[in-house]
Ligand binder design. Sequence first.
Ligand SMILES: Nc1nc2c(c(=O)[nH]1)N[C@H]1C(S)=C(S)[C@@H](COP(=O)(O)O)O[C@H]1N2
Ligand SMILES: [Mo]
Length: 310
Amino acid sequence: MLIKKPSDIKLSEITPRELFYGRRRFLQLAAGASALALVPPGLAAGEKLPDVRKSDYVLPDKATPYEDITRYNNFYEFGTDKEAPAQRSGSLKTRPWTVAVEGEVRKPKIYDIDELLKLAPLEERVYRLRCVEAWSMVVPWVGFPLGELIKRAEPTGNAKFVAFTTLLDPEQMPGQRSAVLDWPYVEGLRMDEAMHPLTLLAVGLYGEVLPKQNGAPIRLVVPWKYGFKSAKSIVRIRFVEKQPVSTWMKAGTREYGFYANVNPEVDHPRWSQAKERRIGEFFKRPTLPFNGYGNQVAQLYAGMDLRKFF
Ligand SMILES: Nc1nc2c(c(=O)[nH]1)N[C@H]1C(S)=C(S)[C@@H](COP(=O)(O)O)O[C@H]1N2
Ligand SMILES: [Mo]
């Protein structure tokens, strides 16, 4: 049988790679071995993730070039400069790696990362990422919905929130040797946000194994919230009854709220959130409510004052 199911059709077959990945990345792929020199340190170069399906979550926006997504990062565990994570994350060991799923669940479990990679079909999803610092990117993630893992854990009726914790190891994460944040990095979601089909556990980028600077081996992606909600290099997923206090809330209660929904009408106390600079573009563009995902997520917040619950 030659006719393929839609799920069998790879994105590369229906969208020219050059269009989808951007010209520089295409040339880099096409150049083969000589492209290796362009790959930043710490990346398992060319490790393709097998069996990645196309998903329905593909934005029409042009994807940000691979070089920008992997060289302009926020990952304070490796320093506060944007270039630091690409330069310094080589010391992170992503194997062996475990993720503890625990707390208010009937089936707590410590997953090995390679088991997690096979938990659910891997999908390619092209999402917008909007940083609270008013820049944005368009990122082709590879991952699976967090909800797939939550279902298997069987949360109890007391599970109202989920807390995500990043690895704590100053030996591997030199940025943790200074107290810029209260380590380890912790973020949280309400249960319905965590179960939302857009909420992704990402293990890859551009069809390949996730680079360390982007949160290898596994990171959260919550596209309608400011980027800091998307915790990197996760080692613990804990189901709890009370709203977790996130690292950024501790760093500045007035500046970083628990919800952190992208909202052009609620300024950060020190700057406007009305516009953003898409990395690689010159002119700023207006920031969209919920980062453009309002149709899918606004109902989660019906009746809430989103100025108060920022
Ligand atoms: N553990 C950890 N996760 C983190 C951060 C961090 O400093 N440490 N930075 C956050 C912020 S502010 C942003 S904007 C995104 C950036 O993700 P990217 O580097 O893949 O673009 O990661 C988020 N996740
Ligand atoms: Mo951010």
